[in-house]
Design a binder for this molecule. Structure first.
Ligand SMILES: Cc1cc2nc3c(=O)[nH]c(=O)nc-3n(C[C@H](O)[C@H](O)[C@H](O)COP(=O)(O)OP(=O)(O)OC[C@H]3O[C@@H](n4cnc5c(N)ncnc54)[C@H](O)[C@@H]3O)c2cc1C
Length: 454
């Protein structure tokens, strides 16, 4: 077994978006970092499951292809020269040398002062389409890694969750025809995406389930059945994309003595600490009440692990500097986007609509949106840091002040008294976020939050 014996400040298990952002953040704070991942490439689910899908919900990017987001995350982390140990499966954790930790993989051992687990869904496998397994590699897919493979084809998508609907929207402009079937009348997906799907050219059939897949070398047709009437239909298809969910489990990490939630998640407190000293978790793998498994959630949590790591090490002033620096960095980045909204509002809107009336009206709103970026960045970053330190009351006060004391009266003044229409909504929001940003900044600059006991 290989062992460099070199001690790193932080070792990150999982090189997905959360792990990459944690690597950047740690490097930026002057810590030495190592990333271990079982896959040969960085990017986690974005690289392995959907490199060519567009993502619409990463702050600052109206839309970005998963592969490009990974490239940017890698560009952001690499200047700090993290050591990469790819293609290694983490198996054991040895705490006998505490406070040093020894992480053992199938190929090597790694020494570290602190460990951040960003292992996502751990070992995850898509649920198979029963009875059709022989068509895997011959037209039956569980994800889309190359959009071009679907060009000009008749595609049947099976499923009613976010993935099924995302893929239907993604493939609809490329494929010759897209049919989506789901066994229930209701979807389990973002409402906005369901709305887009229903107004797209995709053929949506509810409630239907697959009965049989037919073909020789390649898939040729699918028999589907209406679950209410039992009536069968034969569809001519070249490809089937089965989005039936997946099973996931932590694998060997489940035996480390970590407090778990189900098979695949690790319980953390508001500093993203697990029950094992020196071990943190962030991203999809971390669990707390109200958790959302999204890329942006992982970014915030990754930053919190570093603030938490400083606090855990009794370094309150360093934690405060990390938070303030992160906030100004966020303000600078989002303001840069704001400037582009100010200068090119029509070009931004043209990405989404060609309607002249919307374009003319939206310009003012884009300008207000531009001015909204700095307070939004400030408030969101510092709220995350305060929550991470366990200071949740100030966050609640800020939300109360913004929502009830600022937003409500101003909405009345601008919307009803001055009759400013939609502009009233955006103006009110702008002022609300300035107030929230100021409240959390004032509290953050004072050090009392570093003394909160968890
Ligand atoms: C089809 C699909 C579409 C999605 N679309 C969106 C979207 O539009 N917007 C959005 O916000 N989210 C989306 N998501 C969810 C998003 O991909 C996840 O929230 C995100 O990838 C979580 O990042 P992560 O870094 O926490 O984990 P992951 O991306 O899962 O990365 C974890 C990494 O850890 C590694 N690992 C695990 N166990 C070990 C081990 N024992 N040893 C070594 N390495 C290990 C894995 O190999 C993996 O590379 C989508 C997910 C899917 C499947």
């Amino acid at each position: 077994m290989l062992s460099s014996g070199e001690l790193h400040d932080i070792t990150i298990i999982g090189g997905g978006p959360s792990g990459l952002f944690a690597a950047y953040y740690a490097g930026f704070r002057g810590l030495t970092v190592k990333i271990i991942d079982s896959l040969p490439e960085l990017g986690g689910q974005l690289t392995a499951a959907y490199p060519e899908k567009y993502i619409y919900d990463v702050a600052g990017f109206p839309r970005i292809m998963a592969r490009d987001l990974v490239r940017r995350l890698v560009d952001q982390a690499m200047p700090y020269a993290p050591i990469l140990s790819l293609g290694e499966h983490v198996q054991k954790l040895d705490r006998s040398g505490s406070p040093r930790l020894r992480v053992i993989t199938d190929r090597a051992e790694h020494w570290t002062k602190a460990l951040i687990i960003t292992a996502g869904l751990g070992m995850y496998t898509p649920r198979r389409l029963k009875g059709a397994e022989s068509f895997e590699g011959r037209g039956l897919y569980y994800t889309v890694t190359r959009t071009e493979e679907f060009r000009g084809k008749d595609v049947l998508i099976i499923g009613g969750g976010d993935s099924a609907i995302d893929w239907a929207l993604h493939l609809e402009p490329v494929a010759s025809a897209v049919t989506l079937i789901h066994r229930r009348q209701q979807f389990r997906a973002h409402q906005e995406n369901v709305r887009r799907l229903l107004s797209s050219a995709a053929n949506v059939k509810l409630p239907y389930r697959p009965k049989e897949v037919r073909g020789e070398e390649q898939i040729r047709e699918a028999v589907i059945v209406n679950t209410d009437t039992r009536q069968e239909e034969i569809l001519r298809v070249d490809a089937i994309l089965a989005c039936l969910g997946f099973s996931s489990e932590l694998g060997p990490m489940a035996d480390w003595g970590l407090e778990l939630e189900g098979n695949d998640s690790i319980r953390v407190n508001t500093r993203m600490e697990t029950n094992i000293p020196g071990v943190y978790a962030a991203g999809d793998v971390a669990h707390y009440p109200g958790k959302l498994k999204l890329i942006v959630t992982g970014f915030g949590e990754a930053a919190t692990t570093l603030v938490g790591q400083r606090l855990g090490a009794g370094e309150g002033p360093a934690a405060r500097r990390s938070g303030i620096y992160a906030a100004w960095l966020a303000v600078a980045t989002m303001s840069a986007f704001g400037v582009t909204y100010l200068l090119f509002p029509s070009q931004w809107m043209a990405l989404f609509t060609t309607d002249h009336e919307v374009l003319a009206y939206g310009r003012t709103l884009m300008w207000i949106m531009a001015l909204l970026q700095p307070p939004l960045a400030l408030a969101l970053t510092l709220k995350g840091a305060l929550r991470g330190a366990g200071e949740t009351r100030v966050v609640l006060y800020a939300a109360f002040l913004g929502g009830w004391v600022v937003r409500l009266p101003l909405a009345y003044l601008f919307g009803i008294q001055l009759d400013l229409g939609l502009v009233a909504v955006w103006l009110t929001m702008w002022l609300d976020w300035w107030v929230r940003g100021a409240v959390v900044l004032l509290r953050f600059r004072r050090m009392r939050w570093t003394e909160v006991r968890l």
